[in-house]
Design a protein around this ligand. Structure first.
Ligand SMILES: Nc1ncnc2c1ncn2[C@@H]1O[C@H](COP(=O)(O)OP(=O)(O)OP(=O)(O)O)[C@@H](O)[C@H]1O
Length: 462
């Protein structure tokens, strides 16, 4: 066969027929002129059944859909579509037009390539990646649990707490900035550390800066560091800032609301460009650090007041996590009491426990200082209570008075009169707190207002 033989069109058609890709040729009206064997096979029809048919008709009959030839004719430009055929196989079909001298479409040539395997492969790859991500997080969790046997556990049983932990586990893997909000003592630090420990950065540094503990003038050098001789009084060797020390890891900025405005601007640049300029440096330093911020202040209000940058607020709060107060998840109080009792029994080498009445008061209290207040309270009780059983009258008076339960004083040498006075005092405090007026409280208690006022005075209740 001579090369010149290639110009014989039957030879061209034989070449096209030998391809595994489908070739489908239609004219400018969408009438099928010729298809190669592969294309006929893909369509599930014989060549004779296809030639002469309009692509509009074939599309309507569901032989293929969408028709790339129709799209090329309608939009007058090369097009690609993914077709799913009746046997479920998927094809990437690319259509191109050939034009005549007056610029009208003369032919549309569609090429179909089987991508079923490629798509399946991609899907399998995605599933595999999900699985790897899932198992590596599970492994990190197991490792954490093991470490927590020696260190502190993250305790909680309520639905609110479980939702929170689920959210934490989900966002740990996403390498984004997180803003944790919530009242003081709810566990924002604990959550930030857990996010880091469950993230792929777990074996890199976790550094923490409490922005309320730093004088304004030192913020910039603490976070971003400075070069040799940057200013008088500085360390002559320069200083590496926390941002750089936390490279590849996580930097937790607690009390972010305290960050001065000029440092807010620098932090924003860091978040946007992943680069920063140490004080006195000429060249920026590139870092890969994940920022987690926390606050118990209302940042939105601070934005409105002009004390916190709006752009930084949006940048930080890509994923906001609101940690609920302990009074919004009262179910967690008991497991936390158990946990802290065990922890401080171990610490002080004792075996103390709470009497039911004392537990009731602890469960009933509002805990305005949240988990920190609860933890401190349990530690104090374990450390200083005289007996192994901690009773209601061992609890701090403030806590007893704020509880809405009436507790009966323990038989500890108290006379009946003293015991009754104690009960009376608690009851009066409650009535007064509930109704906020001596007139209303007296009515409910079935006594005169003057007699109530006298008794309140007697017990020093204001
Ligand atoms: N789920 C929990 N299980 C066990 N201990 C917890 C839990 N959450 C918090 N704690 C403990 O409570 C105390 C206060 O927690 P943490 O410091 O994280 O609170 P915070 O919200 O960051 O407080 P602040 O706003 O004052 O910084 C810590 O001693 C911490 O170990």
């Amino acid at each position: 066969m001579q090369w010149t033989g290639l110009y014989d069109h039957t030879w061209f058609l034989r070449i096209l027929d030998s391809l595994t890709d489908g070739i489908f040729i239609a004219n400018g009206q969408g009438i099928t002129l010729w298809v190669n064997q592969a294309s006929a096979k893909i369509c599930g029809l014989s060549r004779e059944e296809l030639i002469g048919k309009s692509v509009y008709e074939l599309e309507e009959k569901g032989i293929f859909s969408p028709s790339v030839t129709r799209k090329v004719l309608q939009e007058n430009r090369p097009m690609s579509v993914v077709q799913t055929m009746r046997d479920g196989r998927k094809y990437l079909v690319t259509g191109t037009a050939l034009y005549n001298e007056s610029g009208e479409i003369q032919l549309v040539i569609a090429n179909s390539r089987d991508i079923t395997e490629a798509i399946n492969f991609h899907q399998q790859l995605d599933e595999l990646e999900d699985l790897v991500r899932h198992y590596s997080q599970e492994l990190r969790k197991i490792r954490l649990e093991k470490q927590h046997e020696e260190r502190d556990l993250v305790v909680g049983k309520s639905k609110t707490f479980r939702d929170l932990t689920e959210l934490v586990e989900r966002v740990a893997d996403m390498d984004v900035t997180i803003l944790i909000t919530g009242e003081s003592g709810v566990g924002k630090n604990v959550i930030a550390r857990r996010i880091h420990e469950l993230s792929p950065r777990y074996n890199q540094p976790f550094l923490q800066l409490n922005c309320s503990s730093i004088p304004e003038a030192l913020f910039e050098s603490e976070l971003f560091g400075y070069k040799k001789g940057a200013f008088t009084g500085a360390n002559p060797n320069g200083k590496i800032g926390l941002v750089q020390l936390a490279d590849k890891g996580t930097l937790f900025l607690d009390e972010i609301g305290e960050l001065p405005l000029h440092v807010q601007a620098k932090l924003l640049h860091l978040l946007q460009d992943k680069r920063f300029l140490p004080i006195g440096a000429e060249k920026p330093v590139t870092v890969d650090v994940r920022i987690i911020a926390a606050t118990n202040r209302d940042l939105q209000q601070m934005v409105q007041d002009g004390t916190f940058r709006k752009d930084l607020y949006y940048r930080l709060s890509i994923i906001p996590i609101q940690v609920p107060s302990l009074r919004e998840r009262k179910e967690d109080i008991l497991p936390l009491i158990d946990h802290f009792t065990e922890k401080f029994n171990k610490k002080y080498g004792v075996k103390k426990h709470f009497e039911a009445g004392a537990l009731e008061i602890l469960l009933d209290y509002e805990w305005p200082g949240n988990i920190r207040e609860l933890e401190n309270c349990i530690e104090r009780l374990i450390a200083i209570s005289k007996h192994n059983t901690i009773r209601p009258d061992d609890l701090p008076p403030d806590l007893r008075e704020r509880s809405s339960r009436i507790t009966f004083p323990h038989l500890s040498g108290m006379s009946l009169r003293e015991a009754l006075e104690q009960v009376e005092k608690t009851y009066l405090i409650h009535a007064y707190r509930e109704y906020q007026s001596t007139r209303k409280a007296a009515k409910v208690l079935g006594m005169s207002q003057s007699s109530l006022v006298r008794r309140l005075k007697k017990y020093g209740i204001r």
